[in-house]
Write a protein that binds this ligand. Structure first.
Ligand code: CP3
Length: 343
């Protein structure tokens, strides 16, 4: 079945496109009143994520309301630790919390390599329903956290500015860290393959905490596992987004992936030089730019399009859209990309 608007898939594969495609990380949920209406009727975020019909509905909202060129399945990266044996709670206005975190060898015994069909069937079901409702209008993006980022939450037990407990384990118990990272990697490869089988047209790996590791640690504890995941996915384009890891771009540029995500700290021309011509770049407007006036947003967005050029670029923000962003400002960003980038 042919997808009507397949700009993102073509851009990812390096084919010519009539204009630059655009979507936003974290576009599902957060900013739309239509999302909050559904969300407020339910007990919590996890209930919404585990109700496939509703997860599919909020996945479609940004496509219908904002006009983005792709949908991203409504879920969270933390469904993976839960599937491996560590349940989490999403504390309102604070973020994730794991009542049981990984501190010792004894805790590692609690973990299993998850079976996606058995332990993450609700995400796969949401993907199938979304694909039906999307009716091939735009591609559907599946996703997972990178092993290092997932490990960080499993060891830290919650969000953190430093993730010093997680980093401590790399220095004090590196073998145990590798054992856990292996299990996460195996689970994640299987999970992404299952998402593709269920209908995901492209997948993104989020390494949100890449930037807190030293270059040497990043190679050892993150990149080699991302590499395994990239090598395990052959059917659809893969995007690797390693936030803050500009130092690792030369290695990321050599991964078996089609697209590399850039955050807003990364100078576009320099990063293109490092990554080379054979990858598509995704990003990278500062999410805070959307707090500016409509005129400023147009100016910044055009400057971003000019800097990336009109080939091998997927327009996005440099990180997820912030919850207090005015949806009209988001629309302004999307419309500007669509109008200004026409070839
Ligand atoms: O992109 C999308 O719109 C799809 C859905 C999606 C969510 N989380 C839904 C969500 C995606 C792709 C994520 C990824 C995610 N989750 C990341 C990687 C991207 C990034 O931002 O770096 C991370 C680190 C998480 C972990 C997480 N989930 C945190 C720290 C929090 C709390 C704070 C916050 O960001 O909102 C969440 C909760 C969460 N995940 C919400 C949503 C819509 C808000 C909860 C709610 O609606 O009650």
């Amino acid at each position: 079945m042919q997808i009507k608007n397949d700009l993102i898939l073509r851009a990812a594969r390096g084919e010519a496109t009539e204009r630059t495609p655009v979507w936003l990380m974290r576009q599902a949920g957060r900013i739309l009143p239509e999302y909050r209406e559904i969300r407020n009727k339910l007990k919590d975020f996890i209930t919404l994520a585990k109700t496939p019909e509703l997860a599919a509905e909020v996945t479609l909202q940004p496509v219908d309301i904002l006009g983005v060129d792709a949908a991203i399945i409504f879920s969270d990266i933390l469904v993976v630790p839960e599937a491996m044996g560590l349940p989490y709670i999403m504390v309102e206005k604070k973020g994730p919390y794991f009542p049981q975190s990984i501190q010792s060898e004894k805790d590692v015994e609690l973990l299993r390599v998850a079976d996606p069909e058995e332990h993450l069937g609700y995400v796969l079901e949401a993907i199938k329903i979304t694909k039906k409702s999307l009716d091939n209008r735009v591609p559907l993006i599946g996703f997972a956290g990178a092993p290092w980022t997932i490990f960080s939450y499993m060891v830290e037990g919650a969000g953190s500015k430093t993730f010093s407990k997680a980093k401590k384990m790399l220095y004090t118990h590196p073998a145990m860290a590798h054992q856990i990272l292996e299990m996460i990697t195996e689970t994640t490869s299987r999970y992404l393959q299952a998402q593709i089988k269920a209908g995901a047209d492209m997948v993104q790996v989020f390494d949100s905490w890449a930037g807190i590791l030293s270059p040497k640690q990043y190679e050892e504890f993150s990149l080699r596992y991302i590499e395994k995941i990239c090598n395990a996915i052959t059917e659809v384009p893969v995007t690797v987004f390693a936030k803050g890891a500009y130092f690792a771009l030369p290695s990321i540029g050599k991964l078996n992936c089609e697209t590399v995500g850039l955050d807003w700290n990364m100078p576009i021309a320099q990063m293109r030089e490092i990554v080379g011509p054979d990858k598509t770049l995704q990003g990278n407007l500062d999410p805070c730019a959307l707090y500016g006036s409509f005129d400023e947003i147009k100016r910044e967005t055009k400057a971003m399009i000019d800097a990336f050029g009109k080939h091998r670029h997927i327009a996005n923000l440099g990180h997820g859209v912030y919850p207090d962003t005015d949806p009209e400002k988001v629309k302004c960003f999307i419309e500007t990309v669509k109008e200004y980038s026409v070839r």
